[in-house]
Design a protein around this ligand. Structure first.
Ligand code: CA
Length: 347
């Protein structure tokens, strides 16, 4: 990159004799939704023009020497990012476990943070945009935070959720598929690093949410037939629970997510029965590929049930794909963790 175009051998950049410009000056868009093909020169020109504008606005200038243009950068220029709250994964607060969460990020850590209203769960403290401590106060805690640069102040509401004890590690995993078929997966048009992939379903209750070997694909065969997949637990002794978390792994262009999903518990007769739930955050508005979230966690709240089994079930999205082999492979779910939390009364 630093060396620029001169470091790319000509036989790579001008692959055919009738090309007159590197890569034929064409950017062919394959996977980015709604973006057109484009001229590479045009993209470069517009990127450079923007860079010059930013440098000049911060005390730099353009000079001309021997017919060449140079950009003189003011090395003392300060960059003040627009003041705004970051929107990302909410803090995971589990009863009795250490909390270490930053509401601030690299662009807004310099501003003044304040807890404006609301009460923190007992045992937690908020300082300079950072939430820390340990609490056993299960429940929901609405708070309002503010962010100020001394001139202007922004406020935003957050809802802290303190979860009960996670009983998933004590359960026996029940799942519609238990091993990933790598012979099929390796022939597909994948877009994620293969180091993510786990070989079997045992990763769903190990407490690891992402990173190397953390993601199970329930891909068992070369098939795009519609099907349901489920992931959950059975316990030797009944548990009393009121919250389930489902954590996706990385998703592929050709699948990995549910069209719809819900929670079931095992009733006293040993049958799976659907539980009415409230989901947070809301599930994606539709199952179209472009809005499916990688590594997102969804919380399913419900009235406490005493049961020996809990599972997350759903219809697998059957996603079309342009690639010859991949278009026939679509029926799988990508999951990194499923947790089940004890209701407060049970503790
Ligand atoms: Ca895991």
């Amino acid at each position: 990159m630093i060396g620029g175009q001169e470091c790319v051998p000509t036989e790579y950049s001008i692959a055919f004799p009738h090309w007159t410009k590197p890569f034929n000056d064409r950017y062919i868009n394959v996977t980015r939704y709604d973006m057109p093909d484009a001229s590479i020169e045009d993209m470069i020109d517009r990127t450079v023009a923007l860079a010059v504008k930013v440098v000049e606005a911060r005390g730099g200038r353009t000079v001309e020497r021997d017919g060449k243009k140079y950009l003189v950068i003011n090395t003392k220029a300060d960059f003040n990012p627009p003041m705004e709250f970051c929107v990302g994964p909410e803090p995971r607060i589990v009863s009795g476990e250490k909390v270490n969460y930053d509401f601030s990020c690299v662009t807004n850590a310099r501003y003044a943070w304040k807890l404006v209203s609301g009460t923190l769960p007992k045992g937690l403290k908020f300082r300079n945009g950072h939430l820390s401590g340990r609490t056993t106060q299960i429940g929901e805690f609405p708070i309002r935070l503010s962010l100020s640069n001394g001139v202007e102040t922004l406020e935003k509401d957050f809802n802290l959720i303190v979860r009960g004890r996670n009983v998933a590690p004590q359960g026996h995993i029940v799942a519609s598929s238990t091993e990933c078929n790598f012979a099929v997966l390796d022939s597909c048009w994948t877009t994620n690093s293969h180091s993510y992939y786990a070989k079997d379903v045992s990763v769903i209750n190990d407490g690891v949410l992402d990173g190397e070997g953390s993601v199970f694909y329930s891909l068992t065969e070369k098939s795009n037939a519609p099907k349901q997949e489920w992931f959950g637990y059975e316990w030797d002794e009944p548990v009393t629970v009121d919250l389930v978390s489902f954590h996706y792994g990385c998703l592929e262009e050709f699948g990995g997510w549910y069209s719809d999903m819900w929670v079931e518990y095992m009733n006293p007769f040993g049958d799976w029965q659907k539980v009415p739930t409230i989901v947070h955050p809301a599930l994606p508005e539709s199952d179209i590929v472009f809005i499916q979230p990688h590594f997102a966690e969804f919380l399913f709240f419900f009235s406490p049930v005493r049961t020996r089994g809990i599972r997350v079930v759903g219809n697998v999205k059957v996603q079309d794909h342009w690639h010859k082999y991949t278009k026939d492979v679509s029926s799988f779910i990508s999951v990194s963790e499923v947790q089940v939390y004890e209701a407060p009364a049970a503790q």
